[in-house]
Design a binder for this molecule. Sequence first.
Ligand code: NAP
Ligand code: GDD
Length: 342
Amino acid sequence: MHKKVAIITGITGQDGSYLAELLLSKNYIVHGLIRRSSLIKTDRIDHLFNDRKIRNKRLFLHYGDMTDDLSIYSLINLIKPTEIYNLAAQSHVKVSFEIPLYTANADALGTLRILEAVRNLNLKKCKVYQASTSELYGNNSSKIMSEKTYFNPVSPYAVAKLYSYYIVKSYREAYGIFACNGILFNHESPKRGETFVTRKIILGLKDYINSGKTLILGNLDAKRDWGHAKDYVEGMWLMLQQKKPKDLVLATGKSYSVRDFLIKSLKYLNIRFSTKKNKLGEFFLDSSNGQIICKTDKKYHRPLEVPYLKGDARKARKTLNWKPKYNFDALIKEMIEEEFVN
Ligand code: NAP
Ligand code: GDD
């Protein structure tokens, strides 16, 4: 049997690194698209790329950019992959309000660049996974969100991802390309980027313990359905192993607030605290010395917020036999233990 050959865009990101590990463990040849930067940013995949049995034998890295048509087309033409996982994106919701045009170019048109290359090169056997998102639901009155729930995106990021969602559907229906959207709810890990709230909380508490520095957060009331990235990349892979492309939700079905995440983390670290609220914000005070462990500041609020997300992954469970192994507590435990050991 021929080896499966995958391109992963966004291989240096949280999900890209877990997916690369998974595909290599399944004997794939993996090609990763990376961006040039003045400092090398391959930390998350160095353990793979520095392995002499893997480097340039089963794992290859190529410079390119989602905003550059020719680099996307040339790479797909060169590799003629059997699977493409499009994970590359400007993935920070708040930042998308600051760089909306770039976000649209990378997150919306980037997907079209991939689909156009697959179509023009007539790659009939190539399957495409698109990293879609629960941000599409946006400001939504539904108690739980499934593949049938209406979309109401509220950030430039979510609107760009909505374009990608529909262009994937359009190319699937118009040209018969095997392309599908994984509508993934938030997923975290010890490899999560430092400015996403879960990792920021754990790094912030570490700083507080080591140097007494106060952690500053934004909206603590927002609720998210938080899973572990390792579970979710498995779901991505399973979506491309199906006979027919289907858009599927991956979620845990549980929703917790940012405040819940903070409090659980404090308890896990055995930090006793009290809270107070006044017109300046909310404060978490260390019971042993009165120091401020954490406080809120409006500068971390977004122009528009997604207040609540909870996903219904029953369709994925039925179609893929997919079920997350990590719950909220196990996720926090692993994130804290990794941070405090290393
Ligand atoms: P991440 O850690 O921010 O990784 C994003 C990756 O995209 C990085 O490798 C980054 O490269 C790359 N990238 C950004 N702009 C690019 C460009 N113009 N050209 C080429 N590469 C570019 O994100 P993640 O958490 O792994 O998420 C993976 C994907 O799933 C993203 O598309 C995200 O929007 C989507 N998603 C994530 C979640 C979640 O909760 N994690 C949920 C739903 C959907 P650098 O390393 O050079 O920055
Ligand atoms: N980043 C951040 N920093 N968020 C904060 C902070 C803070 O200091 N304080 C409170 N929050 C709140 C945000 O307002 C948001 O409601 C929630 O914490 C989660 O924020 P993020 O961790 O930045 O994630 P996100 O939900 O906006 O987006 C992530 O999940 C999406 C899927 O729903 C990203 O991974 C997106 O790429 C992904 O599509």
